[in-house]
Design a protein around this ligand. Structure first.
Ligand code: IPM
Ligand code: MN
Length: 332
């Protein structure tokens, strides 16, 4: 197997704990990973004031993939690490797809959300007027470009085509967001004409919340904008086994640089160091990394091991972080 150079950003709280298990499982599956650790996150910010130095970003541009645990601490003001590290990496590395798969054999759920990852309400467009006065104004725009929307929708159609059901649902709020919604819907319809083998549907985002809870089996692939995708994927996680299982791939499908893989969950400082963190989301994220790198055999062995483990794990309530990692590593 080829050896891959992987930047490991364990981060804060339970981040390094779950990433250690993910690497253990990848290596047990036969992956040759040449890892380089980067100290980024709340700890570094609080000790040095640095969030993502340019020199580090330049090094990250040159690795094969990035594996990230979680960053954050109550001691860091909101936005510092989100905008300065996580979103900066997504934007600078042009990770324009946030792919989040959800599977629960217990409920029969098998869906994937394709979340646009570089535009929408996340761009930081907006500002204040008269801040702190009674006449304060705050605006926060949503940026939607034809280029950004189309490349996301095309990725979603390709993904739907590669799966068994060939079904793609656009989720938006076209009845209220009549400008951005119109761009998304028109682009979706135009691209759909090139994919006659993929059946399509449209749901308003509020209705999609009900459907995800009441009839999630209707979904195969969902494509949606950045903010709707953020919210929907927490909900999808909650209805398909919990956030401890929710994995994500921040992809640059054009491969002009590395892609980044991370569990959806945060740093959970309250349970850090207790061995209670569930490493499965990090393990599944790492298997998505191997798959994207072309190591489909190792990736498939990991996803199969995870689903085997989940089917049996009701008998292993209370397994620790490293016990779960060992159990998956034994099965790959
Ligand atoms: C996620 C997170 C991030 C987001 C935050 C931490 C910036 O919630 O990856 O879903 O909103 O995208
Ligand atoms: Mn989120």
């Amino acid at each position: 197997m080829t050896s891959y150079r992987i930047a490991v950003l364990g981060g804060d709280g339970i981040g390094p704990e779950v990433i250690a298990e993910a690497l253990k499982v990848c290596r047990a599956a036969g992956a040759e990973l040449d890892t380089v650790d980067y100290d980024l996150g709340a700890r570094r910010y609080l000790s040095s004031g640095e969030v993502l130095p340019d020199s580090v970003l330049d090094e990250l541009r040159r690795v094969d993939a990035i594996l990230l645990g979680a960053v954050g601490s109550p001691a860091v003001p909101p936005g510092v690490l989100e905008r300065g590290l996580l979103l900066k990496l997504r934007f600078e590395l042009d990770l324009y797809i946030n792919l989040r798969p959800f599977q629960s054999s217990a409920r029969g759920v098998d869906l994937a959300v394709v979340r646009e990852n570089t535009e929408g309400s996340y761009t930081g467009e907006g500002g204040f007027l008269r801040r702190g006065t009674p006449h304060e104004v705050a605006t926060q725009g949503s940026v939607n470009t034809r280029f950004g929307v189309e490349r996301c929708i095309r990725f979603a159609f390709d993904l739907a085509r590669s799966r068994d059901r060939h079904h793609l649902t656009l989720v938006h709020k076209t009845n209220v967001l009549t400008f951005s919604g119109d761009l998304w819907q028109r682009t979706f319809d135009q691209v759909a004409a090139e994919y006659p083998d993929v059946t399509t549907a449209y749901n308003h985002v509020d209705a999609a919340c009900i459907y995800l809870v009441e009839s999630p089996l209707r979904y195969d692939v969902i494509v949606t904008d950045n903010l709707f995708g953020d919210i929907l994927t927490d909900l999808a996680g909650a209805v398909s086994g919990g956030i401890g299982l929710a994995a994500s791939a921040n992809l640059n499908p054009a491969r002009t640089g590395p892609s980044l893989f991370e569990p959806v969950h945060g740093s959970a400082p309250d349970i850090a160091g207790t061995g209670r963190a569930n490493p499965l989301a990090a393990i599944i994220s790492a298997s998505m990394m191997l798959e994207f790198l072309g190591e489909t055999g190792a990736a498939d062995r990991i996803t199969k091991a995870v689903s085997d483990y989940r089917q049996q794990s009701h008998t292993e309530v209370g397994a620790s972080t490293s016990q779960i990692g060992d159990a998956i590593a034994e099965r790959v």
